[in-house]
Design a protein around this ligand. Structure first.
Ligand SMILES: Cc1cc2nc3c(=O)[nH]c(=O)nc-3n(C[C@H](O)[C@H](O)[C@H](O)COP(=O)(O)OP(=O)(O)OC[C@H]3O[C@@H](n4cnc5c(N)ncnc54)[C@H](O)[C@@H]3O)c2cc1C
Length: 464
């Protein structure tokens, strides 16, 4: 009975959102509700009280105010790439920012100003038209806001740091429904908090501004071996990665491709080791840096000078909504025993599922150093980022979860339990994303900014 009355009270409150966002509000029972609630993460079955697609900051503010009056929470998302840990949305409005995707590049100031629904690829291409690059990641279709305000580890990371620390201003609708601009001079504490503490813990970001870098080309590509070479390659890569100059950022991956026509040669039906990445140096220096890896005789070597914008697709990340998921961990080191274990649990004879991907991102360099004026994630406290993932639907889901767990557990001795939350697709203790004093400050600021817990974030900082 109590549930019944709660349900009808909620239905009454939710209906007050109808007509907002220029009619772009969809409620359960509406024909378009299922399409509206489906995000990039196809394996995540979000069932919000309502879905809203605002097209302006004023529409965002109107939805935030109406949700607050109706006793609903607000969960803003860009694409849904990290929708997995969002949690129960029964009493929440899923605020989808895809209708706000304007991109402005100021080539003289080397600055981009983009709306919160902007995806990386069009931003990269707009910047490249002026000979400029941004600190984007491996995926062309992650949202600029979610990626950047969660940290942002990309191909220029070891040279230029986390994307969050190149953010220069953010405009957001706060819990009282007002639009606020935060930067180094205005609301500096909030500006610090959003850069790593994630936007949705403090409001709905409508616009983000960030520095662009004069990078027109990079020495980038991939080296490919059969998965049977994993031990030999990982042993070398792990030693090399720890001492490599900051100019280079790479990833080491085990990938297994099904034997289906959609997968192009030379990847179809293969189990492979792939090292890909970028070097910000002239050709001679880049070749010197990569020589220890090339000496391992890859069967494919595509490294060479390329336009910077092509790095958006270097990693071959999926560009359509995908039914995937996985787990991750920050690792301190990869000694020989760790290499043995990783190959044992994710190598050719590991018996892991066809779709398991096990990846290590090379951290350190500028990603490991705090810079003056940095945000809440000033640096990543680890040498390597472990990422595991696979198909999370139907018959594959159980095996993917087991495979991912096996790899993360095997690497646990090399981790202190710290997380880079952007890559964490499970709900984890969010304090693991921060050092103790940063976490205390984030808790205080979240309580100040959103005492009623109006905003629902993927990795949520408690509001009480
Ligand atoms: C295939 C793939 C490749 C990836 N590659 C990289 C990589 O190279 N480097 C890296 O660092 N990360 C990478 N990631 C992780 C990625 O950075 C996170 O998934 C990030 O959260 C994506 O942001 P999004 O806005 O697209 O996702 P969403 O799921 O839409 O958003 C994630 C969270 O960001 C917050 N948010 C989003 N928009 C707003 C807004 N307008 N206002 C307030 N809060 C908001 C919310 O808390 C939301 O829950 C990758 C993920 C995938 C799936």
């Amino acid at each position: 009975m109590a549930t019944e009355s709660a349900r009808s009270e909620r239905a009454g409150g939710v209906s007050s959102l109808r007509g907002l966002a220029g009619g772009g509000v969809f409620l359960p029972g509406d024909e378009e509700y299922d399409r509206a609630r489906t995000t990039w993460a196809l394996a995540v079955d979000l069932r919000p009280a309502a879905v809203a697609f605002p097209t302006s900051a004023a529409e965002v503010a109107a939805v935030v105010r109406a949700a607050a009056s109706a006793g609903l929470r607000v969960a803003p998302v860009g694409t849904g790439h990290n929708a997995h840990p969002l949690g129960d949305l029964t009493d929440s409005v899923l605020l989808r920012m895809s209708g706000m995707s304007r991109i402005d590049i100021d080539p003289d100031a080397r600055r981009a100003r983009v709306e919160a629904g902007a995806l990386w690829l069009p931003v990269i291409e707009a910047a490249a038209a002026h000979g400029l690059s941004a600190l984007h990641g491996s995926s062309p279709d992650t949202g600029v806001v979610g990626y950047s305000l969660g940290g942002g580890v990309g191909w220029y990371g070891r040279a230029l740091g986390l994307a969050a620390n190149s953010v220069t201003a953010v405009e957001l609708v706060t819990a009282d429904g007002s639009l606020t601009r935060v930067d180094a001079e205005h609301e500096p504490e909030l500006f610090w908090a959003v850069r790593g503490g994630g936007g949705a813990n403090f409001g709905v970001v409508t616009t983000i501004e960030f520095t662009l870098y004069p990078i027109e080309t990079a020495y980038a590509g991939m080296l490919v071996w059969d998965l049977r070479d994993a031990h030999r390659v990982l042993s070398r890569w792990a030693r090399w990665a720890a001492d490599a100059p900051d100019a280079v950022t790479t990833s080491y991956r085990h990938l297994q491709y099904p034997p289906i026509p959609e997968i192009p040669e030379p990847f179809r039906g293969r189990q492979l080791v792939i090292v890909d990445g970028a070097v910000l140096a002239d050709d001679a220096e880049a070749e010197r840096i990569l020589a220890p890896l090339r000496d391992l005789g890859p069967e494919l070597d595509t490294f060479g000078r390329v336009p910077a914008a092509t790095l958006a697709r270097l990693h071959m990340d999926p560009e359509q909504p995908t039914p995937g998921g996985g787990q991750s961990a920050l690792l301190d080191e990869l000694p020989p025993a760790a290499v043995d274990r990783l190959v044992e649990v994710a190598g050719a004879d590991s018996g892991s599922s066809l779709f398991l991907a096990a990846e290590l991102r090379q951290l350190g360099g500028a990603l490991g150093r705090s810079q003056p004026g940095a945000g809440a994630v000033a640096r990543l406290d680890g040498q390597f980022q472990l990422i595991t993932g696979g198909m999370m639907v139907g018959e594959f889901a159980k095996q993917t979860v087991a495979d991912c767990e096996r790899v993360v557990d095997a690497m646990a001795p090399y981790s202190r339990g710290r997380q880079y939350l952007n890559f964490q697709e499970e709900a984890v203790d969010p304090s693991t994303g921060y050092d103790a004093s940063t976490w205390d400050a984030l808790l205080r600021l979240r309580k100040n900014a959103d005492p009623a817990g109006l905003f629902q974030a993927n990795h949520e900082i408690p509001h009480r």
